[in-house]
Design a protein around this ligand. Structure first.
Ligand code: AVJ
Length: 304
């Protein structure tokens, strides 16, 4: 099984210098991401929250009584509150997140607001094997995967991930957010905010490695570079070396030139039909889709 160290060695050695965006999210990265969600240019969070609020009652009804709600990549647990507020007979909530301390803090705050709710946090990489508590008697498992985190996968990876979720949620459903294809200018601004928070978030991948693995690098030696790539319908984020950069990881030295940017994230955008086609291929039945007036974001109800 690969680790942050293995993956970073592989990314630094090339050939395509790409690394998973999951390594943004230590406590600092999770906090920066929360700041991103508040940015005026970053429309996805705001748009999805409005959809969840507008349709909360209907969503609660679809979930039914005694639901076990499982959130993948749970983060700050703000969005799930909108659902829980309408779920009076929820069996349990199971947030799964890679950032342990951050998740446990968020669970404490959630428990204060929902004292009767049974919360079972699972600290794990949700893309890998993770153990869930058994599905409740008389209830169904409902997966919740908001924020268009699915966009971090290529469509092929998204398909196999959705297949895994389909099995895990068998008989239940998945509520999942997917960011939609739109005018590139709007997308570009969302990943190149004026306050520079997204740039700090991007660079945090290296700071995370510095804190956790002792990576040595020049933090001023890299620029945030994010752009929309229309052929793959995706935002790409890179860390662009300013001139030749030397880095050292666990005794190994690496050099990156400006032609060897570190590719830190893909954020794929979908059409409603394109996303439903992948869901169908994964074995889900796409029963409903909610979108906002501008058609910027979609929320899908997929029966498992
Ligand atoms: C958490 C993957 C949905 O792709 O928009 C935000 C992460 N990266 N700004 C996204 C992110 C830069 C975000 N996801």
């Amino acid at each position: 099984m690969s680790s942050f160290a293995d993956d970073l060695h592989a990314a630094l050695a090339g050939p395509d210098h790409s690394i998973s965006p999951k390594y943004f999210y230590d406590a600092k990265g999770s906090a920066l991401f929360e700041q991103i969600c508040e940015l005026p240019e970053y429309y996805p969070t705001r748009t999805e929250v409005a959809l969840l609020q507008r349709h909360a009652a209907e969503l609660a009804q679809r979930m039914g009584p005694q639901a076990q709600l499982i959130e993948y990549g749970a983060g700050a647990l703000m969005k799930v509150r909108l659902l829980l507020a309408h779920l009076d007979r929820c069996h349990s909530f199971v947030p799964v997140d890679i950032s342990g301390p951050h998740l446990l803090e968020a669970c404490k705050a959630l428990q204060r607001d929902f004292p009767a709710l049974s919360i079972t946090p699972v600290v794990a990489d949700f893309t890998r094997d993770h153990e869930l508590p058994p599905a409740p008697d008389g209830g169904q498992r409902i997966g919740f995967f908001p924020g268009s985190s699915i966009g971090n996968f290529t469509p092929e990876e998204a398909l196999s991930f959705l297949r895994m979720l389909r099995e895990e949620l068998d008989g239940g459903a998945l509520l999942i957010g997917a960011d939609l294809i739109k005018e590139p200018g709007v997308l570009h601004a969302a990943y190149n905010d004026a306050a520079g928070i997204t740039g700090r978030f991007n660079l945090n991948l290296l700071h995370h490695a510095q804190r956790e693995l002792g990576l040595e690098f020049d933090p001023r030696g890299f620029d945030h570079y994010a752009f929309y790539e229309p052929r793959h319908h995706r935002i790409e984020m890179h860390l662009m070396p300013r001139g030749v950069q030397e880095l050292q990881l666990q005794g190994r030295r690496y050099r990156l030139s400006p032609g060897e940017s570190l590719h830190t994230e893909n954020s794929h955008k979908y059409s409603v039909e394109g996303f439903q086609a992948i869901a169908r291929e994964a074995g889900f039945d796409p029963q409903h889709c909610w979108t906002d007036d501008k058609n910027w974001f979609s929320l899908h109800w997929l029966k498992a």
